[in-house]
Design a binder for this molecule. Structure first.
Ligand code: BGC
Length: 359
C-alpha cells in the first residue's frame, strides 16, 4: 500500500467509526425515557380512548411512548413487553390479556429495575407488580345490581322477577370482581325466590364469556331464548357486564322474535352504541368509567415512580394478586341512565351530541 492509499484507508476507518458512533447515539436517543404501554384490544372503544389519553399525557410530561394493542393475544403481549425491556423501556404500563400469564416477563422487568404498573386489569400471581390503577370493580358490579333492584322494586314489590346473568372473561380478574359486585346485591333475592334465573345458570363458570367475545354472548343468549323463553315466559332483566355483551344480547333479542315484556339490560364502559341504545330504551344503564381520568392518574403514577417519589395510593388492602397486596389507586365509576346522559357524558365532553345521535 502506498502512502496515499494508507491515508485514504485510515480516513475511511475513522469515518466509519464516527458513523457507527452516530448510529449508536441516535439509537440511544430514540430509546431514551420511553414508557411501554400494552393494552389488550381495541374493542370496546374505551381502550382506544385509554391509548390516546395515555400517549397524550405521557408526551406532555416529556416521555416517549411505545404503545401496542395485543388483539387479546397473550403471546403477542409478552413478545411486545420483552422487546420493550430489551429496547430500554423505563416503565411498563400493562392491561393484561390474561391475568396470570405475565409473571415471567414482569420478573424480567423487575430484575432490570423497570417498574410495572398494572392498568385497569390486575396482573396476578407475581410479586413483580409495583402498583395497580383501576376503577373500583366491585362497585361497578354493585351499581348494576342496585339499578336492577331499584328498577324492579325488588325490596318492595311482591312479584317474582325472571332474570338471566352474563359475566366477562374468566382470564380477566375484573370479570369476577364485577360479577361478585352484582351478585352481592342480587343473590339475597335469588335465595328468597324473588328473583328466578329461569335457565338456572348463575355460577361464574356457567355465565362467563371467554375473551369478552360478543359473538359468544350472542350465541348463549340465542340458546337461552330458544330453550326457556319461547312459550311466553317473560324475561325482566339481563345482567350484562359490559356494553359489548349488552349489545350482543340486544341483537339476539331482536333476531329471536322475543315479543314479551322487554327486559332491563345493564352494561359497562359507556360505549357510543350503548349510549344510543340507552337513549332508545334498548338498554337500561351503563357504568361509565372515565378513562381520561384513569390515563391521567396512571401517568402521574409513572412520573412519580420514575422520579423516585411515592405515587398517590388510596387502597392498600383490596388487591391481593396471590403473591402480594398491590398498592392501588381506585377511581369511582358512575351509573349512567337516560336521565343523566347529558350531564355525565355530554357536558363532560366524553362524547358530543353528534356522536350519540342527539344532533
Ligand atoms: C374492562 C372493561 C372492558 C372489558 C373488555 C375489562 O377488563 O375493565 O372496561 O369492557 O375488559 O375489554
Amino acid at each position: 500500500m502506498n502512502f496515499v492509499k494508507k491515508i485514504a484507508a485510515l480516513m475511511m476507518a475513522v469515518m466509519s467509526l464516527i458513523m457507527i458512533g452516530c448510529g449508536d447515539e441516535q439509537a440511544t436517543k430514540q430509546n431514551s425515557d420511553f414508557v411501554a404501554v400494552s393494552l389488550p384490544v381495541k374493542f370496546p372503544e374505551r381502550w382506544i380512548i385509554d391509548g390516546n389519553e395515555l400517549e397524550r399525557n405521557l408526551i406532555e410530561k416529556g416521555y416517549n411512548v411505545n404503545l401496542e394493542y395485543a388483539s387479546e393475544n397473550k403471546s403477542r403481549q409478552i413478545n411486545f413487553l420483552n422487546k420493550a425491556i430489551d429496547d430500554g423501556a423505563k416503565c411498563l404500563i400493562i392491561a393484561p390479556v390474561e391475568a396470570s400469564s405475565l409473571g415471567e416477563v414482569c420478573e424480567r422487568a423487575k430484575s432490570k429495575g423497570i417498574p410495572v404498573i398494572s392498568y385497569d386489569r390486575f396482573i396476578m400471581d407475581t410479586e413483580a407488580v409495583d402498583y395497580y390503577i383501576t376503577f373500583d370493580n366491585t362497585k361497578v358490579g354493585e351499581l348494576m345490581g342496585r339499578f336492577i333492584e331499584d328498577k324492579l322494586s325488588l325490596a318492595h314489590s311482591p312479584d317474582t322477577v325472571f332474570m338471566e346473568i352474563f359475566a366477562g372473561a374468566p382470564e380477566d380478574n375484573n370479570a369476577s370482581m364485577v360479577y361478585n359486585g352484582y351478585m352481592s346485591i342480587l343473590s339475597p333475592y335469588m335465595e328468597k325466590g324473588k328473583i328466578k334465573i329461569v335457565s338456572e345458570e348463575d355460577k361464574f363458570s356457567e355465565v362467563a364469556t371467554p375473551k369478552w367475545a360478543p359473538e359468544l354472548a350472542e350465541k348463549r343468549m340465542d340458546r337461552l331464548l330458544k330453550e326457556y323463553y319461547q312459550r311466553g315466559q317473560r324475561l325482566d332483566a339481563i345482567v350484562c357486564p359490559n356494553d359489548l355483551l349488552a349489545n350482543a344480547v340486544i341483537s339476539s333479542l331482536a333476531n329471536s322474535g322475543y315479543k314479551q315484556h322487554y327486559p332491563i339490560i345493564t352494561g359497562q364502559d359507556a360505549d357510543k352504541v350503548a349510549i344510543i341504545n340507552i337513549l332508545n330504551d334498548k338498554q337500561g344503564a351503563t357504568v361509565f368509567k372515565d378513562t381520561r381520568i384513569l390515563a391521567k392518574k396512571a401517568v402521574e403514577m409513572v412520573d412519580a415512580v420514575l422520579k423516585g417519589n411515592k405515587p398517590e395510593i388510596n387502597d392498600e388492602k383490596t388487591y391481593n394478586n396471590n403473591k402480594k397486596i398491590v398498592p392501588s389507586f381506585l377511581i369511582e365509576p358512575v351509573l349512567v341512565t337516560k336521565s343523566n346522559v347529558q350531564e355525565v357524558i355530554v357536558d363532560s365532553g366524553y362524547y358530543t351530541k353528534v356522536d350519540i345521535g342527539l344532533e
